[in-house]
Design a protein around this ligand. Structure first.
Ligand SMILES: Cc1cc2nc3c(=O)[nH]c(=O)nc-3n(C[C@H](O)[C@H](O)[C@H](O)COP(=O)(O)OP(=O)(O)OC[C@H]3O[C@@H](n4cnc5c(N)ncnc54)[C@H](O)[C@@H]3O)c2cc1C
Length: 390
């Protein structure tokens, strides 16, 4: 089977590797002209995201992620109000991307290929790229992310809904933190919850994937409400005056918003958490959206990862969902020789995963940002793709 995977981030790479292992003749077509680099920061490293690297590539978890053993909540004064034993793994987008990319043969991954159109005639699919290349394949997997062109064309009515808040994110070198701050944050994911907001801090590998103590980073994710319209537009107008939609990469947020965010952190957050926020050199912003779709399979094509559902990050399951979609797609293809049947099986399974994740993370977000009824230690708040803690 000849397969084109459109989009070469974590979802596309996982799908391509699994399809190759299945025996397909597969190529990844990535819009970016250069190897992708970290836009952001940490990822909750759930079992689905670990699965390919551990079970197929033989990578040791301790080489690519950091284990923490506590969930900790601090009050405003920085005192521990809740501490429970819970094992998590955290990694960074960069670290996982590099590992998956290393599994791909150079010819399999084609940079500088932006898909602009496709035509599915029922027998095969012709795909057109902006650089003039044209290919014909048996199956196309669209893993083209949050702003998926494929989704916009296939389901024009599916548009992302702004959730009413954003995630401010950033990272700081752990070596720059005071001993007291480090001791409070080490070996834990640390939360602070207050009116209409919450923030979490956890350790992730260093910029080049270092996992040794002293070389790692601490990553923060701070959910803050901005009213739809002028308020969010003002935030999302970058330092050069351009209005951005889904995210503001490091270095692009206007100075007045960075200053405001740091001032609120210093005045309002517990000391150890404020240290991480204020020490982060280039904080950036990710707007929180919801998007559900009713179909994932269309003739000889399918949607996968963020190109399908967009769920809020409260279950730390965005990358896990993309990986789970990839495994499910390949398991369905292996189970059914008929392509339509295989894609329908994939769709039926993953629509449920996407819908459940979206609804659960919507509920968590509403409780934190608007209803104000989060309680430290609430089991619903444990990360997991299919349910808390799984
Ligand atoms: C560079 C980068 C850095 C990231 N950093 C983080 C992070 O630090 N923390 C975090 O939690 N999440 C991060 N993410 C998002 C995270 O990867 C996803 O939320 C999740 O893993 C689902 O992945 P995905 O492969 O479905 O979509 P995405 O990761 O969004 O990838 C979509 C890919 O498709 C490509 N693409 C889009 N349109 C086309 C087209 N027309 N033709 C060809 N290619 C196209 C994009 O360039 C992109 O590489 C990052 C994504 C990228 C692309």
């Amino acid at each position: 089977m000849k397969v084109a995977v459109i989009g070469g981030s974590l979802g596309g790479l996982t799908a391509a590797l699994l399809l190759r292992d299945m025996g397909a003749n597969v190529h990844v077509y990535e819009r970016s002209a250069n190897e992708l680099v970290q836009r952001g920061a940490g990822i909750g490293f759930l079992p689905e995201s670990q699965r390919y690297l551990v079970s197929r590539a033989g990578v040791a978890l301790d080489d690519i992620s950091i284990a923490t053993h506590h969930i900790r909540y601090l009050d405003r004064a920085g005192m521990v109000v809740h501490d429970e034993q819970h094992d998590y793994r955290f990694s960074s987008w960069n670290t996982v991307y590099r590992q998956l990319y290393a599994c791909v043969k150079p010819d399999m991954y084609r940079l500088g290929h932006e898909m602009v159109d496709w035509h599915d005639d029922g027998e095969s699919v012709r795909v057109d790229f902006r650089n003039g290349t044209q290919i014909t394949v048996d199956l196309v997997v669209f893993a083209d992310g949050v702003n998926s062109l494929a989704r916009q064309r296939l389901i024009p009515t599916a548009t992302p809904n702004y959730a009413g808040y954003v995630a401010w994110r950033g990272m700081v070198h752990e070596s720059s933190l005071s001993e007291d701050t480090f001791a409070m944050l080490d070996d834990a994911i640390t939360y602070h919850v207050y009116a209409n907001s919450h923030i979490l801090v956890y350790p992730i590998p260093g910029v080049d994937g270092e996992i040794e103590r002293g070389k790692r980073l601490f990553n923060f994710v701070w959910y803050r409400n901005y009213a739809a319209g002028g308020d969010i537009e003002n935030l999302m107008t970058d330092k050069d005056g351009a209005l951005r939609e889904a995210s503001m990469p490091p270095g692009s947020v206007s100075a007045r918003h960075v200053d405001e965010m740091r001032a609120v952190a210093a005045a309002r957050l517990p000391g150890p958490i404020a240290d991480v926020v204020c020490g982060s050199e280039q904080p950036f912003v990710q707007v929180i959206y919801d998007l559900a779709i009713s179909d994932m399979a269309f003739g000889r094509t399918c949607l996968l990862g963020d190109a399908a559902f967009i769920a809020r990050p409260h279950a730390a399951a965005g990358t896990a969902k993309a990986a789970d979609d990839a495994w499910s797609l390949v398991e369905s293809l292996e189970a059914h020789s008929d392509l339509t049947k295989a894609l329908r099986t994939y769709e039926a399974k993953q629509l449920v995963v996407g819908r459940n994740l979206m609804e659960r993370t919507q509920r968590i977000g509403r409780r934190s940002q608007f209803d104000g009824n989060w309680t430290p230690g609430d089991p619903e708040l444990i990360f997991g793709l299919k349910a808390p803690g799984t």
